[in-house]
Design a protein around this ligand. Structure first.
Ligand code: AMP
Ligand code: MG
Length: 490
């Protein structure tokens, strides 16, 4: 198995990680290999899908050049600081530079216990593995920065949660696994040297264009804040609710990471939360920008000793940078919303027009994805308005807003078909609907039937294309299909 590893994180000082080998499992079986991603990484997809490949993907055989490690990190979980978390069930095999020149981590998630496992078994159940596979690949196809899924295998061993479930391993691919919590780990230990090493390493790895300013930590803080602001704006654009935006689940690279109880909105509701453990709604849909900013404040805090020569100045700089998140997010969010509405030029009232629409979607309980896809048709031909208006409990709520929208469109010289086509490129027809994910997990876990999983993966690889043969996968849930809660499943 030729991985062409080129490992750098394993070269960092010992206190950054623990050397650990994946645990052996009984009977690895490949569920899925992501052929396009394998190709990008220079890997032989046929070999990965073979019996030998299954051994590697389950952690039974370490491929040549792998240096398996579990990464140390800390983090704020639901607002409370935990000074030691770390990879408790994920083992990094190493790094590979893809055909696009980008360096990526290859990690086995669910590969057994590590020194960071605390009370956990180091294992993953099939359901959460399939969920992460589908959702992370859907996010990639939607154009949202994200970790990827290279493969899923079953282990042939049970894992014990509330019930006995089939065990599985996900091969996760990420720009890196450095989190806000990685910085907090060293900050909590007063380890200034490690902080500086990590800041310079992360800057060079993720934002090489920003190297050379004279202050790597400050340059990194700026970049991470901008990347997080852009990321959360993209989440809001597709109706994504991460569900556990703890600082240990916040990647420095600006990728979406750690798909647990994540979900997509059906009807628009800024207060919507799905996670069964998020009782207060801390990570509800509309709270995500504020939480991302809070997480950036925790990053700034961790970097404080490196930001300036004296503490007062460091606090001033950190505060200023964290405050800059607001403007960056608003700008990014406006860009997302303008594109969704089919607007090319910028006008001052655009945000008000979008906010008014979102209010109406919320009070009329309109499906977010179906609405915006329908609006593409309305942009091409006002005859489609009747269909879109029928999505509203009070159809007049759409008609009133549409008048203002059309007056705004008239101020731009764009042909209706061209506008509709551009809108179809940002307003997906397909998202990973929660009820479809539940359905595919049930089919796989209860009946060993991976057909629904395959179908959803396939259709979500082209989320912006109408695929009439899969129309049922674009539809919102029937009342009895609605998913009320999602679970970490860890
Ligand atoms: P998460 O909720 O997935 O972000 O995980 C939070 C922390 O719990 C991380 O340190 C994980 O590595 C750890 N963890 C989660 N599930 C397990 C498990 N089954 N075994 C060991 N550690 C786990
Ligand atoms: Mg996590």
């Amino acid at each position: 198995m030729n991985f062409a590893f080129d490992n750098t994180y394993a070269r960092l000082p010992d206190r950054f990680h623990a050397r650990v080998s994946p645990a052996r499992v009984r009977e690895p079986r490949v569920v899925k290999v992501n052929r396009a991603l394998a190709e990008l990484l220079g890997l032989d997809a046929d070999r990965l899908a073979s019996a030998d490949g299954a051994q590697v993907l389950a952690g039974n055989t370490l491929p040549e050049g792998a240096e398996s490690i579990a990464l140390a990190y800390a983090g704020h979980q639901f607002g409370s600081f935990v000074s030691q978390l770390g990879d408790g069930r994920a083992i990094l095999l190493g790094e590979v530079v893809g055909k696009d020149g980008k360096r990526r981590d290859i990690q086995l998630k669910g590969a057994g216990r590590t020194p960071f496992s605390r009370g956990g078994d180091g294992r993953a159940a099939l359901g959460p593995v399939l969920r992460e596979y589908v959702v992370s690949e859907a996010m990639a196809a939607l154009g949202v920065p994200t970790t990827r899924a290279l493969a899923a295998v079953t282990t042939g061993e049970p894992v014990y949660r509330e019930e006995v479930l089939p065990g599985a391993v996900l091969t996760r691919v990420a720009a890196s696994h450095i989190r806000v919590g990685t910085f907090q780990f060293f900050a909590a230990r007063g380890d200034r040297e490690a902080l500086a090493t990590l800041a310079s390493y992360a800057l060079a790895r993720h934002y090489p264009e920003a190297v050379g300013s004279g202050n790597d930590a400050l340059a990194l803080l700026d970049r991470v804040i901008a990347a997080q602001a852009a990321l959360v704006a993209r989440w809001l654009g597709v109706g994504f609710v991460h569900g556990v935006m703890n600082t240990d689940n916040t990647s420095i690279s600006g990728e979406t990471i750690d798909y647990g109880p994540c979900a997509f909105l059906d009807e628009y509701d800024p207060e919507k939360k799905f996670s069964s453990i998020d009782r207060g709604g801390r990570y509800a849909f509309g709270n995500q920008p504020g939480i991302a900013q809070w997480n950036m404040a925790r990053l700034a805090e961790a970097l404080l000793p490196l930001l300036a020569g004296d503490e007062k100045e460091a606090v001033r700089v950190a505060t200023e940078r964290v405050q800059s998140f607001t403007g960056l997010f608003v700008e990014a969010h406006e860009r997302v919303l303008r594109a969704k509405l089919g607007l090319v030029r910028e006008e001052d009232e655009d945000l008000a027009l979008a906010a008014d629409l979102l209010d109406r979607l919320g009070s009329n309980r309109v499906d977010y994805t179906v609405f915006f896809r329908g609006l593409c048709a309305s942009a091409a031909d006002p005859a489609a308005d009747a269909q879109v208006a029928s999505l509203f409990e009070e159809p007049g709520a759409f008609r009133d807003w549409a008048e203002a929208w059309r007056r705004r469109l008239a101020r731009e010289d764009v042909a209706p078909e061209a506008r509709a086509s551009a809108m179809r490129g940002v307003n997906p027809a397909f998202i990973p609907r929660n009820h479809r994910i539940e359905e595919l997990i049930q089919a796989a876990v209860l009946r060993d039937d991976f057909g629904p999983f395959e179908a959803l993966v396939q259709v979500l690889s082209r989320p912006y294309d109408d695929q009439p043969e899969f129309a049922h996968l674009s539809e919102p849930p029937q009342p009895e299909e609605r998913v009320q809660y999602t679970f970490c499943g860890t």
